[in-house]
Every structure is written in C-alpha cells, then in structure tokens.
Design a protein around this ligand. Structure first.
Ligand code: KG4
Length: 347
C-alpha cells in the first residue's frame, strides 16, 4: 500500500479513562479529534475504576467514532487505515478499543495498525509543529510514566531515563487525594498552587545530581509526614511547595539530558505537561539555554486519538500494518517489551 500525504487514518484510543477517536490525513493534518472523558464517572471513587472504565468505553466507543468521521466531513469509505492503542493501559479498557479498531478495519477492508500509546505521545508535538528541529529530548510525564526520550527522527528514539518508583502524575494524584483538594489531582494541585507560596516548605528533590532517572515516592512520603506534623499548614502552600519540588527535578534533568545528547529541541508530552509551572519553567530555562522548546497544547498533552492516528501513519509507512491477531498488551513499554509497574497496573 502506498502511504502519502493523502492517506487518511482513523485513530482510536481507550487505554485509560478517555474514549477518543480522530481522523488524521498524511500523518499531521488533524481533520477531527473527539475525546470523551470519564472524569465525572470516576470522580466519586477518587481514581479510575478499571471495570467501570471498560463499561463506559463500550457505551461511548461507537458514538465517538461516528462523531469523529462526521466532524472530519468525510465518508467512512475515505478511511485508508485504522490505528488503535494496543498498550500500555488497563486490559479491559484496551480490549474495547482494539476490538472496535479491528472490526472497523475488517469491515472497511483496510489495514489495522496496533499503536504503542507511549510512542504516540512522542508524536503529539509533531501534530502542531510538523517541522520540529531534531534531535529532540522528550519529557513524557503522565499518570503512569515519567520518561526522558532521545528522539532523532519520527520513529527513531531511545530511552535516556525513567522513574524508578512513582510517576510524576501519580505523585500529583496521590498528594491531591491526601490533601482532599479535588479530582483529578494534577489540575487540582496546579490550581491550589496558584494561591500558595512555593518557597514556604523545602521538600526534597530526589536524585537531583544523579543521572537521568527520577524518584518521586520519597517526596510523597515527605509531604505526608510534614502535614501530619503540621496539621494547620495551608494546603495551598503544601501544593505550591510540592509542585515546585517536582517541577525543579523535571526541568533540571530534562535540560541535562538535552545538553548531554546535543539536542536542538526540548519537547513536553503526557498529562502532566499541562501543568502551568512546568510549562513556564521549561520554556524559560530551555530557551534560556538555547533550545527550541515545544509545548503541545493541553489537549494534545492529555490522552487523545489524533496522536494515535499520527503514530499509526508513520508506523504504517515505515513498518507496514499489524496482523489482526495482535492483542492488547497492558504492560507494553516504550521500547516494545512488556514491563510491570507502568500505567497498566497503577490505579
Ligand atoms: O497522559 P494522561 O492524560 O493519561 C494517563 O496517564 O492516564 O495523564 C494524566 C495525568 C494525571 O496524573 C493527572 O493528574 C495529570 O496527568 N495532570 C496534571 C495536570 N493535568 C493533568 N498534572 C499536573 N498539572 C496539571 N495541570
């Protein structure tokens, strides 16, 4: 099959708590992107309940796909391939998307492409900046992952560093739950921190001078111990000081990685990349050190299917389609192996 700028890919995403579908042409031209979030459904539980997520995906999947096709202003017969997240993620949630994607591909008689969700996050910046200068260092920070990736071209990347315990988003979510300031935790801490003093409490910056890996579980314990000893401290000050400790480590290590590999660009991706302090500090420090800093829009940072369709286009062009016998892989890592301890088992 010939893949070019007119090749239209339907992307499908259902790895966690967003049911999403998008139509992307030629790898970068987003014709439509529909995201139906389940935040309200899970809010009363304080976290994503896997079984509830799977059932919600089942109900939402077909209407979301239909809406994406309708908004793109095309007929289904114009779709040349179907790309779907196969992992990492919650097994039941993934299976809904994978089954829908395969059924669509089979029904339309077009190729099916299984997409690694983490790889797709690397393509999100390219959707808004197709001429991004390479090589780039991507900081991928979400609820299940904290990764530093060296990307030399679309599809060519290697892992530079990762968290050895909690992901950054997981730390945000757990501290917000502990402080009881709202769900989901990241945006709640971000909002509370606007009202607090980031210098009020000096929380630890773990492994700051030590390589490119991260650790956030000690920081989480330190915040909890501090609040237990000082119950009257304002939660805005805790939120601001905690956020500042996380952002300091993320920015310093990303800059170190970019300098080490001689990158031209620094790119943010993943849900935590929507954090306002992380965005402003990465922009200030990164461009101050001479790097091009790409900050995808918040809609492109969080889970969406446009990035799945984009990654699918590149994968189809460079590696061809996947077999219809491919399954959902909950513990898929960025490099294709299956690992434990990532977003598939976090909640
Ligand atoms: O990439 P993503 O949408 O999906 C999963 O990992 O499932 O990331 C979600 C994570 C959550 O941990 C959420 O609290 C965090 O991203 N997040 C934020 C912000 N917005 C979302 N963390 C910090 N500040 C934010 N503004």
């Amino acid at each position: 099959m010939h893949i070019d700028n007119s090749t239209v890919v339907l992307g499908i995403e259902s790895s966690c708590d967003e049911t999403a579908a998008a139509i992307v042409m030629g790898g970068n031209d987003v014709l439509s992107s529909v995201v139906s979030s389940q935040i309200d459904i899970h809010a009363k539980f304080g976290g994503v309940v896997p079984e509830v997520a799977s059932r919600a995906h089942l109900e939402l999947m077909q209407p979301v796909i239909n809406e994406a096709i309708q908004l793109a202003g095309i007929g289904a017969e114009r779709i040349n391939a179907v790309a779907t997240t196969i992992g990492p993620g919650l097994i039941g949630a993934l299976l809904v998307g994978v089954s829908a994607g395969k059924a669509m591909a089979y029904g339309l008689g077009v190729p099916f492409i299984g997409v690694n969700h983490l790889e797709a996050h690397l393509y999100a910046a390219l959707l808004e900046e197709p001429h991004l200068p390479f090589p780039a260092v991507v900081l991928l920070v979400s609820g299940g992952n904290t990764l530093l990736v060296h990307m030399t071209a679309p599809g060519e990347y290697s892992l530079l560093g990762a968290t050895i315990d909690d992901a950054a988003g997981e730390a945000f979510d757990k501290i917000a739950r502990f402080l009881d300031i709202g769900y989901p935790g990241g945006p709640a801490i971000d909002a509370a921190a606007q009202l607090g003093n980031p210098q009020s409490i000096e929380f630890p910056r773990a492994m700051l001078h030590d390589g490119l890996d991260f650790s956030f579980s000690g920081l989480k314990t330190s915040v909890i111990n501090y609040v237990r000893k000082n119950p009257d401290v304002a939660s805005h000050d805790i939120a601001a000081s905690f956020q500042c400790a996380v952002v300091d480590v993320l920015v310093i290590k990303t800059l170190r990685a970019a300098q080490q590999v001689g990158a031209k660009s620094i790119v943010l991706g993943g849900g935590v990349a929507a954090n306002s302090l992380l965005r402003s500090e990465m922009q200030r420090v990164g461009s101050g050190a001479g790097f091009h800093v790409a900050l995808p829009s918040k809609a492109m940072c969080t889970d969406n299917a446009a990035m799945i369709a984009s990654a699918g286009w590149y994968r189809l062009r460079d590696h061809g389609p996947s077999g219809l016998d491919i399954g959902a892989i909950p513990h898929l890592s960025l490099t294709g192996s299956t690992v434990r301890g990532n977003r598939g088992e976090r909640k």
